[in-house]
Write a new protein. Structure first.
Length: 263
């Protein structure tokens, strides 16, 4: 299943936030979206699942205009992990994850045996089987994030949209969460779009990177193609370089400081 935009534009009260965005997310890949604060990253993500509607252009899901698809049908194919994972009610893990099955249920229709199996499997896949009856408001930030991911998986989506999924997480938990996401992409063919501000994490986990500047696409391609010293200087004002780390066998980004300090 592919997700693409055709000259997508969006404005807030006449102010341009996105202009002429053309991207295609391929099945089974992880696409990272990078850019400075206010460049339109989260707005783009919200357009990709019809939480916002384009002011110009289109979003296409397998070639079909997203505006012609109901929100319920979109939720059967696209799941979202939002930027915050706060839950203000004392739901259990199982309660939260069960909410992922709501798009598949009719009015006044309860959970089927199949639904319950999917919920249990989703909880198991994020390593929280022993926590199924625990209340989410007493869990750590990393555990809550796994619950939210499990809820998204319970939608059995083809595409997963994630907005700053490692924000406020401990460093080790950041790796755990993104290791899990990459494993799901590789083993299940899950297509993932991640909005992030973390250059190193995007370089490590994403197959391709979309770099936004001044509300337009500056570059799109592999991390090596996009995260060049010139682009990192131009967009973020930092002196950085992408390197291959022999110990982890992964890409990473070394930041040497503000590019203003360069002689």
């Amino acid at each position: 299943m592919t997700l693409e935009t055709d000259k997508l534009s969006y404005t807030y009260v006449g102010y341009p936030v996105l202009q002429d965005i053309d991207i295609k997310v391929n099945e089974g890949e992880i696409l990272g979206i990078l850019g400075p604060n206010g460049c339109g990253k989260t707005t783009l993500l919200k357009n990709l699942n019809k939480n916002l509607s384009p002011k110009g252009g289109k979003v296409l899901l397998d070639g079909e205009d997203l505006e012609e698809i109901t929100k319920k049908d979109i939720a059967k194919r696209i799941a979202v992990v939002p930027q915050t994972n706060e839950v203000h009610f004392s739901f259990t893990v199982k309660d939260i994850v069960s909410m992922g099955r709501m798009p598949f249920q009719g009015l006044m229709e309860g959970m089927s045996r199949s639904d319950m199996d999917i919920v249990e499997e989703s909880i198991a896949r994020v390593g929280l089987t022993d926590y199924a009856d625990r209340h989410i408001n007493v869990m750590s930030g990393g555990e809550r994030q796994r619950v939210i991911i499990a809820r998204a998986l319970a939608q059995t989506p083809d595409i997963l949209l994630m907005d700053e999924p490692t924000l406020h997480l401990d460093i080790n938990t950041q790796f755990d969460v993104l290791d899990l996401v990459r494993d799901l992409s590789r083993k299940d063919g899950l297509t993932v779009v991640i909005v992030s501000h973390d250059l190193g994490m995007v370089a490590r986990y994403c197959d391709r990177v979309l770099l936004i500047k001044d509300h337009r696409i500056l570059a799109i391609g592999t991390p090596e193609e996009v995260l060049t010293p010139e682009n990192m200087d131009l967009v973020f004002g930092v002196d950085g370089e992408l390197v291959y780390d022999e110990k982890s066998k992964e890409n990473t980004v070394f930041l040497h400081g503000s590019s203003k300090r360069k002689v």
